[in-house]
Design a binder for this molecule. Structure first.
Ligand code: OAD
Length: 258
């Protein structure tokens, strides 16, 4: 049952968060849901309704029709730009600033809301919407998405300043490998933590979904914050069936004073 604002932080949650000094927070699309950023699977409205996101977020779609894929990401970038970090993002940034606490943020989200809330992000394991790079030579690109007030289905992507090929979003597409450095940093942080907090992920997409299990296998206590049961729930020591913006500010408010 989702937390109501006046319910106290569950005792088992308090116990875990108050003694934690090396915290790893692993977030998914549910972290940004209260900012109004649609989760990956429900962004398809209006013009995009007839497209399957799992089809668009693929190297094949990019090969076949880069202008369509580029337009879709320009649309998603506009949605993110129009959103604000929520109280959950702010609480994670505040927790990270607490003296005596080393907090690593690992996110599957490609938005920049953790950063805009003031948090340092250790790893974007599925890449970043705004990290544009050349689709051929891989050079980072200083290009930007065009402002799209409403969905347009074909916009030519910018060209690479180095080789002239089309510039693509720096996100991981289905069938692509995760950025190795980011993924290993994420696993390391989760295994070195004395608390792993998993917020707003269905735990369905591997290998990111293995992180809570790898931490648990090392004896790291796992706290899940999610209104729904997920594939992570079985690996969690404590489950708090509530939302990111409800839980995280209450956790930070309950931490011992500086
Ligand atoms: P999903 O859309 O699969 O799952 C979102 C999770 O957030 C669900 O478990 C919801 O119950 C939960 N949720 C919804 N609102 C919430 C809230 N306010 N507070 C807390 N939790 C909430 O998103 P992800 O698990 O992040 O990959 O999906 C993982 C990956 O699937 C994405 O990174 C993307 C997609 O394929 C790539 O783009 C490579």
């Amino acid at each position: 049952m989702t937390q109501t604002p006046d319910e106290p932080v569950p005792g088992r949650v308090l116990e875990l968060v108050r003694r934690a000094q090396r915290v790893c927070v692993l977030t998914g699309a549910g972290m940004s849901a209260e900012s109004g950023v649609p989760t990956f699977r429900d962004v398809q409205v209006g013009l995009w309704e007839r497209f399957d996101p799992a089809e668009l977020a693929t190297p094949r779609a990019w090969e076949e029709d880069p202008a369509l894929v580029w337009s879709w990401y320009a649309w998603r970038a506009a949605l993110v730009r129009g959103a604000e970090p929520n109280a959950g993002h702010a609480a994670v940034a505040e927790w990270q600033r607490r003296p005596g606490v080393e907090l690593s943020v690992v996110t599957q989200n490609v938005d920049d809301l953790h950063e805009r809330a003031g948090a340092q992000v250790l790893a974007h394991v599925h890449g970043s919407l705004f990290a544009l790079r050349c689709g051929v030579c891989g050079s980072p690109s200083a290009a930007a998405y065009p402002e799209v007030a409403e969905p347009v289905d074909h916009l030519e992507p910018p060209t690479c300043e180095v080789c002239g090929a089309a510039v693509r979003p720096g996100v991981v597409w289905f069938g692509e490998a995760l950025p190795e450095e980011e993924f290993f940093a994420a696993v390391q942080a989760a295994q070195d933590a004395d608390l792993l907090v998993v917020v707003g992920t269905s735990g369905l997409v591997h290998p990111a979904a293995t992180v809570p299990h790898l931490a648990g296998a090392r004896g790291v206590p796992v706290l899940e914050i999610n209104p729904q049961e997920t594939a992570v729930s079985e690996a969690a020591d404590v489950v708090w069936r509530t939302t990111a913006a409800q839980a995280l500010p209450r956790i930070v408010a309950a931490l011992p004073d500086r």
